[in-house]
Design a protein. Structure first.
Length: 332
């Protein structure tokens, strides 16, 4: 049994003047902040980095699905169908419910019972085997608990209402994007314009390297060590989902990874990796997960509904697909 976390996005940022890099292990992954020359910054680098570290600690405590007193745990262990919630949780639920509809239900914030069923994060527990027909009745029972449409939110005061008492939420596919957006806002509010935020391989890039050169991101081949694509980006997010990131191997040899098709209950088998670029890191985070269950050619059609977002896909056969941004405009 294995859990593997690998980073698909490489940042190619070597330059003659060294940027300041700070790394933390937070939110169960590596967080790296790279600061280039920022002549108009209002505070020192070390000071803004301390603020970021404090923010990450607070964010993780509030929205971890495993922390006993987190806002997510309070929702999932509720005694009432209606709870008052924070502005941050309200906004994350709002965008999650919106994209649940936009992505035909393939992005579903109520997915936690399915994640719990497959025990991806629990190395010591027995993994259900996808090739064992004996699991199907239990799996179908779990699927009855998953339906984002049975969650609603109210603005004043901010509340969430759960229609189904068995509904449990998981913000794993949106909380990271929101956190990156808030780190970006902190840096920009203090006058920092040239930086990279990297949280577990998902990134936000702003400005340029020292000396004015563009920051180049590269997509690594998930089935090798070479780069499939390199591209310049300024002021945007790059998020990747892949079946190689977190997985376990069942007794039959079947791979169970952490991105599930909520229609079937099984891990998505159509694609190996999906990279999304766009201005809003929360939206890029959601699209990288929600579109993963679509066939590659359908991803390229669906992404056109979201202005300013681009997609690059490696399907299960190893064939690559990309929008014009990747195929025509970025032959670096």
């Amino acid at each position: 049994m294995h859990i593997i976390i690998s980073f698909l996005i490489l940042i190619l940022c070597s330059c003659s003047q060294h940027p300041q890099k700070t790394a933390y292990f937070k939110m169960d992954t590596l967080v790296e902040i790279t600061l280039f020359d920022n002549k108009n910054s209002k505070i020192k680098n070390d000071e803004v980095l301390r603020k970021i570290e404090n923010f990450i600690d607070e964010w993780d405590a509030r929205f971890s699905p495993d922390a006993k007193n987190s806002e997510i745990s309070k929702c999932n262990n509720r005694q009432s169908d209606t709870l008052e919630i924070s502005s941050d949780l309200f906004e994350m639920l709002k965008i999650s419910l919106f994209f649940g509809k936009k992505l035909d239900g393939y992005f579903d914030v109520s997915i936690k019972p399915l994640k719990d069923f497959w025990k991806i994060s629990s190395q010591d527990s027995l993994l259900p085997d996808p090739n064992d027909s004996a699991i199907l009745d239990d799996l179908n029972e779990v699927l009855q608990k998953i339906d984002y449409k049975k969650i609603s939110i109210l603005e004043k005061p901010k509340r969430v209402i759960f229609e189904n008492p068995e509904t449990k939420i998981d913000l794993g596919a949106v909380a990271k994007g929101f956190a990156i957006g808030k780190i970006r806002d902190t840096l920009q509010n203090y006058g920092f314009q040239n930086f990279i935020i990297n949280v577990g391989g998902d990134i936000f890039i702003s400005g340029r390297k020292n000396g004015g050169k563009a920051i180049i991101a590269g997509i690594r081949n998930p089935q090798g060590d070479d780069l499939l694509k390199s591209f310049a980006i300024d002021g945007g997010a790059v998020f990747t989902s892949g079946n190689y990131e977190r997985f376990r191997i069942a007794k039959s040899g079947a791979r169970v990874h952490h991105i599930f098709d909520v229609k079937t209950g099984f891990s998505v088998s159509k694609n190996v990796s999906l990279t999304i670029t766009g201005k809003n890191p929360a939206v890029a985070d959601i699209l990288a997960t929600g579109l993963f269950a679509f066939p590659a050619d359908s991803i390229l059609v669906k992404i056109k509904e979201f202005d300013g977002y681009e997609a690059f896909v490696v399907d299960s056969s190893g064939t690559t697909f990309g929008t014009d941004f990747f195929i025509e405009k970025n032959k670096l």
